[in-house]
Design a protein around this ligand. Structure first.
Ligand SMILES: NC(=O)c1ccc[n+]([C@@H]2O[C@H](COP(=O)([O-])OP(=O)(O)OC[C@H]3O[C@@H](n4cnc5c(N)ncnc54)[C@H](O)[C@@H]3O)[C@@H](O)[C@H]2O)c1
Length: 253
């Protein structure tokens, strides 16, 4: 039980990776602030966690709303009694060739995936510093924080930024005993990617993309998140833990 008496806030909590991570944190004793765009979905997830014996409270949060982000972090700290971990996970992506991508869509992806991670991490860091006891922040990056893919210019830009931001946050916050790391999933079967699996040709491409010949599953990412958030990773900050079945290891010739 690595998170007994620990408060954990999660953004984008009701999606594929967020949801599974919530259950793994709850199983290890954490009290959860389950946040997402849709309050009803967040409340349903919090109720499921409580029904399994976990501790969870739901909050509506759009991470592009800075004032609301500050408000929810403060509310979560008060409601949970202690705030020790943040999983900045909310994210969106486009599938449009760069030459056809509108500036509005580009800005929207950057706003959610980059600015949203920054404002969540900054709000939580201020809280950790005021509370004087350190903490851990895990940001969701991607293999597309390391390499690019066609038709994902905004997304790849945003995830490269998350990898850089994680290092920069780690530099500023380590003196306050706050560790900041990122997780880099390969293709994981979630609502974000489900359409790939409905298309046999695309599904084959996904298999070939990964050296292990398959996509990953949310529990395989959640385990990495819990590692980075826990004392098991006590000497780990500014890193990007890629969990991608060998996608970025190389290409098959
Ligand atoms: N699934 C993959 O293959 C994969 C691979 C690499 C990285 N990721 C990243 O993992 C994270 C989670 O993705 P997922 O696959 O679980 O996707 P998902 O679509 O299932 O979940 C994303 C969640 O983010 C929430 N969200 C979207 N915009 C938001 C906003 N403005 N404010 C707050 N919440 C918002 C959604 O409501 C949803 O709950 C994302 O950052 C994504 O980029 C996913």
């Amino acid at each position: 039980m690595r998170f007994e008496d620990k408060g954990v806030i999660i953004t984008g909590a009701t999606g594929g990776i967020g949801r599974e991570t919530c259950f793994q944190f709850a199983a290890e004793g954490a009290s959860l602030a389950v946040t997402d765009l849709d309050l009803e979905l967040a409340e349903r997830l919090a109720a499921e966690i409580r029904a399994q014996g976990g501790k969870a409270t739901a909050y509506q949060l759009d991470v592009t709303d800075v004032d609301r982000t500050v408000e929810v972090v403060a509310a979560a700290a008060a409601d949970l009694g202690s705030l020790d971990v943040a999983f900045c996970n909310a994210g969106i992506r486009e599938i449009v060739p760069a030459q056809e991508l509108s500036i509005e869509e580009f800005r929207r992806v950057i706003d959610v995936n980059v600015t949203g991670v920054f404002t969540t991490a900054q709000s939580v860091a201020k809280h950790f510093i005021a509370a004087g006891k350190g903490g851990a922040i895990v940001n969701t990056a991607s293999t597309l924080g390391v390499v690019a893919a066609n038709a994902r210019c905004a997304y790849a830009s945003s995830k490269h930024a998350v990898v850089g931001m994680t290092k920069a946050l780690a530099m500023d916050l380590s003196l306050h005993n706050i560790r900041v790391n990122a997780i880099g999933p390969g293709v994981i079967r979630t609502p974000l990617t489900e359409r790939y699996f409905q298309d046999p040709e695309m599904h084959e491409k996904i298999k070939r993309l990964h050296a292990m010949g398959r996509a990953g599953y949310p529990p395989e990412i959640a385990k990495g998140v819990l590692y980075l958030a826990s004392e098991d990773a006590s000497f780990c900050t500014g890193t990007h833990l890629v969990i991608d079945g060998g996608w970025t290891a190389g290409k098959t010739m």
